[in-house]
Design a protein around this ligand. Structure first.
Ligand SMILES: [Zn+2]
Ligand SMILES: [Zn+2]
Length: 143
C-alpha cells in the first residue's frame, strides 16, 4: 500500500502517541466491529495497525499484521513496535481450522494427540512432555 505524505500525516493525526515510544498508541478515529482502527485512503478502507507496521518497516506487508500477544492486547494500537508481520503460513492458520501439526511442527496423529475435555483443544503430547520436563527441572533446581 503506497500512501502519500499527506495521507501519512493524516494517519498520524489519528493516533494518540502521548504515552511515549514504548506505550500503546490507540487509534482515535473509527474502529471496525473487531476493534481494529480503520483508515481511508485512495478510496479504500485499510487496517490502521497494518499501516502502522508498514510505515515502521518501510515496505508493504506480505502477510497479516498481528499484534504481539505478550506486549499488546489492544487491537486499536498503532505502535509499529507492538505489531509484527505474520507469515503466509500464519494467514493459512487463521483460516484452516484443521491443522496437521502443532505450533512446534510435531504431527497431530493419533499417537501424539489428545483432546482436552474442557475446551476441545488438541494438545501435542511431545510438546507437553517437553514442557513437563522443563517444569520439573525448574522445580528441582529451585529447591
Ligand atoms: Zn500496543
Ligand atoms: Zn508439539
Amino acid at each position: 500500500m503506497q500512501l502519500s505524505d499527506k495521507d501519512i500525516e493524516r494517519f498520524w493525526q489519528k493516533v494518540d502517541r502521548s504515552g511515549g515510544p514504548e506505550a500503546c498508541w490507540p487509534w482515535l478515529a473509527s474502529l471496525t466491529t473487531e476493534g481494529y482502527g480503520q483508515f481511508g485512503a485512495n478510496g479504500k478502507i485499510l487496517g490502521a495497525h497494518r499501516i502502522a507496521l508498514e510505515l515502521r518497516l518501510g515496505r508493504p506487508l506480505v502477510g497479516l499484521a498481528l499484534h504481539e500477544p505478550i506486549v499488546c492486547h489492544n487491537r486499536a494500537c498503532c505502535n509499529g513496535l507492538h505489531i509484527r508481520e505474520g507469515t503466509i503460513q500464519d494467514n493459512a492458520d487463521d483460516t484452516v481450522i484443521d491443522r496437521t501439526h502443532c505450533p512446534h511442527g510435531h504431527l497431530y496423529d493419533e499417537r501424539n494427540t489428545y483432546v482436552r475435555k474442557d475446551n476441545r483443544a488438541r494438545v501435542c503430547r511431545e510438546c507437553s512432555r517437553a514442557w513437563q520436563r522443563k517444569w520439573r527441572q525448574a522445580r528441582s533446581s529451585g529447591a
